[in-house]
Design a protein around this ligand. Structure first.
Ligand code: SF4
Length: 345
């Protein structure tokens, strides 16, 4: 039988008032403020009457529905947490520090993933279930507890396809964004999709003002269908139409994530196709060298191969950046999350 989860995260102050059976509505707001400041228990909420604190602590020993199983860190500044959810599923989330010292939380939106991208470890897990909005916010809060400063950016690039769980992702974003709470700017929140066209269309319709990243990987339909099953349902032409609509509505530049794989997608013809696909779109290509995983049949390109490909892109006028992979040694880099129990012990 599925256990019921108790969590105060992703709730409005009025919902907290109801959930905790508080007499006075302002107490719901007080609890909310303690939560976003990072309180770990009711005993810390010193502006609540002592007897109330005691009752709440007795009824709810933890504010979280999830618990941190392990925390691993990498010399390059990445930290990965494995969280056990209330039903025993395990998910992972990652804290990344860039060279300016800015902190980014990389959050999961699903336990496992149904999309089956062949270059991604999460894809080998299959989908266990969607995460609830509070389970998404709790990842952020757990990461904030281990972070050396305030987390300023969020990317939905962890486990799962966020556009396949859009309601919960949007609800979590509204909690993260609340100006009376964590106050994270929408411009600092990125949703990354493998190219789920109905989700991109829905995002355009709802006008959620976050940044969009699309994992393109190749602009060759045949190769993309081989690497990313989503392309069989929504080929490049259909994806492009959806992106044009998104750009029209949002007026924003978006990002193509391009995982560079040895012998797969970094030849001169690939640069030609990518340049053609980008033409007319306000886009920047984020090049990510494939992060090696023993269970995946691909190789990271050499530095010389990467240089040749980037030169080819420069010659064709494609705007790009290269993402420095962080967290490889703890399997926390892009495409390496797997929520496997044996790796988190
Ligand atoms: S890349 Fe993203 S969408 Fe594709 S399998 Fe991995 S987690 Fe799922």
């Amino acid at each position: 039988m599925e256990s019921r989860a108790f969590s105060l995260f992703a709730k409005k102050p009025s919902e907290i008032t109801d959930l905790l059976g508080l007499d006075k509505p302002f107490q719901g707001r007080q609890v909310y403020q303690w939560l976003v400041r990072g309180a770990c228990g009711f005993d810390e909420m010193t502006n609540l009457p002592k007897a109330l604190r005691q009752r709440l602590a007795d009824e709810h020993p933890s504010l979280f529905s999830s618990k941190v199983m392990t925390s691993q860190s990498d010399p390059d500044g990445a930290a990965k947490l494995a969280l056990e959810l209330h039903d025993g599923n395990i998910i992972e989330c990652v804290l990344l520090t860039d060279k300016e010292g800015e902190l980014t939380a990389c959050l999961s939106s699903q336990a496992g993933c149904a999309m089956g991208c062949r270059f991604c470890r999460t894809g080998t897990l299959k989908l266990k279930r969607n995460l609830e909005d509070f389970e998404i916010v709790e990842q952020f809060m757990h990461l904030q507890h281990v972070a050396p400063g305030k987390i300023s950016h969020v990317v939905f690039m962890g486990m799962g396809e966020p556009l396949a769980n859009l309601d919960n992702v949007v609800s979590a974003i509204s909690f993260l964004h609340d100006p009376d709470g964590l106050n994270l700017s929408h411009r600092r929140i990125t949703i990354s999709t493998c190219g789920l066209v109905p989700g991109i269309n829905e995002l355009s319709k709802r006008k959620v003002p976050v940044k969009l990243a699309v994992s393109l990987v190749t602009a060759d339909d045949a190769v993309r269908s081989e690497l990313m099953p989503v392309n069989r349902a929504f080929p490049l032409r259909v994806l492009r139409d959806a992106l044009e609509r998104f750009q029209k509505v949002s007026g924003r530049r978006f990002t193509f994530e391009y995982c560079m794989i040895h012998d797969k997608n970094i030849a001169d013809q690939d640069a030609d196709r990518l340049a053609r696909f980008c033409r007319g779109l306000e886009v920047i290509v984020n090049l990510i060298p494939f992060n090696p995983c023993p269970e995946l049949p691909f190789e990271t390109p050499s530095d010389a191969e990467i240089r040749k490909f980037t030169n080819a892109l420069t010659q064709r006028g494609v705007e790009y950046t290269i993402r420095i992979s962080r967290g490889r040694s703890i399997k926390g880099a892009c495409g390496q999350l797997a929520g496997k129990l044996e790796e988190n012990r």
